[in-house]
Design a binder for this molecule. Structure first.
Ligand SMILES: [Fe+2]
Length: 152
């Protein structure tokens, strides 16, 4: 992979956040349908939720691939920020795996709807947190050359 400039990393991740936000709105509508229509829509709901989990998994892979290295270059706290991001992504992968393995036969529509709603809130919160923190324009600036932690 060619090295992206910090501003390019930022643009790319923010663009994906916009796409994910659309997906989250759709998931929320899905939860509402589950609550109204119950078992009739559970199989398609699980399918569509799984598609979103896959999309999110690809997004966190991208963040690990381009955002974490950009953070490490950004400043003296880059290593800490990048490690936290990667740790959070490891936890998210575990959660996504558990969500994806849900059994359609035994799942209660109302429970699934509640789970989807909680998940939607959590991902929205995560994205907001990232946008204010690790994705801020202050942090991902093109004019910062790599900082030597010892040098200063
Ligand atoms: Fe993100």
């Amino acid at each position: 992979m060619t090295t992206m400039r910090p501003s390019g990393v930022r643009r790319r991740i923010l663009e994906e956040h916009r796409q994910l936000a659309t997906g989250l709105d759709q998931l929320e509508q899905l939860a509402a349908r589950l609550e109204q229509e119950g078992d009739a829509v559970i199989a398609s709901a699980v399918d569509r939720a799984r598609d979103f989990y896959e999309q999110l998994r690809e997004h966190i892979d991208l963040e690990d691939a381009i955002l974490a290295p950009a953070l490490r270059e950004a400043d003296a706290w880059g290593e800490v920020r990048a490690s936290k991001l990667e740790k959070h992504h490891r936890d998210q992968r575990i959660e996504l795996k558990a969500l994806g393995e849900l059994d359609v036969e035994t799942t209660d529509p109302a429970q699934l709807a509640a789970r989807i709603r909680a998940f939607v809130q959590e991902v929205r919160e995560d994205m907001r947190h990232e946008e204010e923190g690790v994705l801020s324009a202050d942090l991902l600036r093109d004019d910062v050359t790599s900082v030597d932690a010892e040098g200063g």
